[in-house]
Write a protein that binds this ligand. Structure first.
Ligand code: GDP
Length: 470
């Protein structure tokens, strides 16, 4: 939803000198103006500027430092206002509530400022994803890789491959149109060669990207299990911060949530999956809520399986106070280099029940995300696995040029698979229409990554690139 004016707290909760509330949209300036004792100072900022604004809030005066970015010279290309206040959550909450009840101002959804920047053409999709990566980078190498994405470099490389693919598709469409005329330029052999070169380009691109920080060696530990086992709570407890606050907002974030901590000599990246879990006999089925549409569900399952494939270890969480035969069956059924069974919520069990659980499952870990029971043991167990992986050298590797999200990784993978299908079709001589459909799929996946190429581009190339004079 891109309508209205949105508001969010732009600074992280916690102790600091200043906190910033950010607004974007047509009511950003008027809503603040309506609370100001000295509103005229806002009018003195025609394009971009900062002013000291006195606000009246619940009958008391509040001095704020306000930066105004008028459209289109702002991050979102809309009117944006940043209100700098003393970093007091109650104070910021009071001002936010006073603004939210005014003139159609509403709370922003996750990533909505960046979504607006993308929709309003300020950044491409790869840059939008890099924004999140830059924000969550915990190591310098990670930051460098993410900033390359932010600078548009990744988008430019993908765009070059997509352009080439668009050209090949145009060539193929021309071959289809002129199938009856013997034009050597439009031969099947040339098409296979073109597609083969695009496959090589996508492979180069894939080699230069990584879901994870390579080189330094970060151990990827995925938290999986049935919904409600306490995965987000455990992630928060391990990271010591309220990461999952994000998911309380609109419930739209289905991407895995991750965070990195240092465990002994190595960093561990903990990943909380959106809820997918493998069931016996199936590689992966999601336990996600039934209201999700099939496309979103398929996308989440794809991301989930990618995360599991890339995992160095899987922590399988089971609700210790619930019924768990199905969950234990699922734990037994999937394969992972390292998998640990974790009974969470043991705070809900009395001492004899805990002892009985420990007796029945001696290899399992017993934790409570709520009161911190067993977290040190869990860190130690994962630390042992990281040490083993580090000895085997399985975490070493070339630092990636670009850091990508699981959505971007999946898009590249899908594009590569569609190109393979196109090559198979061309080799078997099964008809150019089929191969063209596969190329379109490949293009759509790249388009998904950068959010730019449209089917119109294909048409434009057909007409402009070939000048067939028809
Ligand atoms: P997820 O769906 O696996 O991510 O589960 P959540 O982390 O969202 O937790 C589901 C519910 O269980 C929430 O109401 C949590 O507060 C609660 N919960 C999570 N961990 C614990 C725990 O260790 N003890 C207790 N008593 N409740 C917990």
């Amino acid at each position: 939803m891109l309508e209205g004016t949105i508001l969010a707290c732009a600074t992280a909760p916690g102790v600091s000198a200043r906190g910033v509330l950010r607004l974007s949209g047509p009511a950003a300036i008027p809503s603040l103006r309506s609370l100001a004792v000295n509103p005229v100072v806002l009018d003195g900022c025609p394009g971009f500027g900062s002013v000291a604004l006195a606000l009246e809030l619940d009958g008391a005066r509040l001095d704020a430092w306000v930066t105004v970015y008028r459209a289109p010279r702002s991050y979102t290309r809309e009117d944006v206002v940043e209100v700098h206040l003393p970093s007091s959550l109650p104070l910021m909450g009071m001002l936010a509530r006073a603004l939210v009840i005014r003139d159609g101002v509403r709370w922003a959804g996750p990533g909505e400022f960046t979504l607006r920047a993308f929709r309003n053409g300020r950044i491409d999709l790869a840059q939008a994803e890099a924004v999140a990566q830059v924000i969550s980078a915990t190591e310098e190498a990670e930051l460098r890789a993410a900033r390359r994405g932010l600078s548009g470099e990744l988008g430019a490389v993908v765009r070059a491959v997509a352009d080439r693919l668009t050209g090949t598709l145009a060539l193929m469409e021309a071959c289809i149109d002129f199938a009856d005329e013997d034009i050597p330029e439009f031969s099947g052999g040339r098409l296979s060669g073109e597609v083969g070169e695009i496959v090589a380009a996508v492979d180069r691109l894939k080699r230069s990207t990584s879901l994870r920080l390579a080189g330094e060696g970060s151990f990827h530990c995925v938290l999986a299990g049935l919904p409600n086992a306490g995965k987000s709570s455990l992630l928060n407890a391990l990271l010591g911060r309220r990461e999952a606050l994000v998911s309380e907002l609109a419930g739209t974030t289905r991407d895995p949530v991750r965070g990195t901590t240092r465990e002994g000599a190595l960093s561990v990246t903990w990943v909380d999956l959106a809820g997918g879990y493998p069931r016996p006999g199936e590689r992966l089925v999601s336990g996600l809520d039934g209201r999700m549409n099939p496309e979103t569900r398929a996308a989440v399952e794809r991301l989930t399986s990618l995360e599991l494939e890339h995992a160095d270890g899987v922590l399988w969480l089971v609700d210790a106070a619930g019924e768990y035969p199905e969950s234990l069956e699922a734990f037994e059924s999937f394969e992972a280099a390292v998998k640990l069974l974790v009974f969470n919520k043991v705070d809900l069990l009395d001492a004899p029940a805990r002892a009985s659980l420990a007796g029945r499952y001696p290899a399992a870990l017993l934790t409570s995300a709520l009161d911190g029971t067993g977290l040190d043991e869990l860190r130690a167990a994962v630390g042992k696995c990281t040490a083993a992986a580090s000895r085997q050298g399985s975490l070493a590797g070339e630092p990636a040029r670009f850091l990508v999200s699981s959505h971007q990784e999946a898009a590249l993978q899908l594009s590569r698979e569609a190109l393979d299908r196109a090559l198979d079709v061309l080799d078997s001589g099964a008809g150019l229409e089929l191969a063209a459909a596969d190329l379109r799929d490949a293009l759509r996946s790249l388009e998904d990554l950068i959010g730019e190429v449209t089917p119109d581009d294909v048409l434009d190339r057909v007409f402009a690139g070939f000048c067939v004079g028809k």
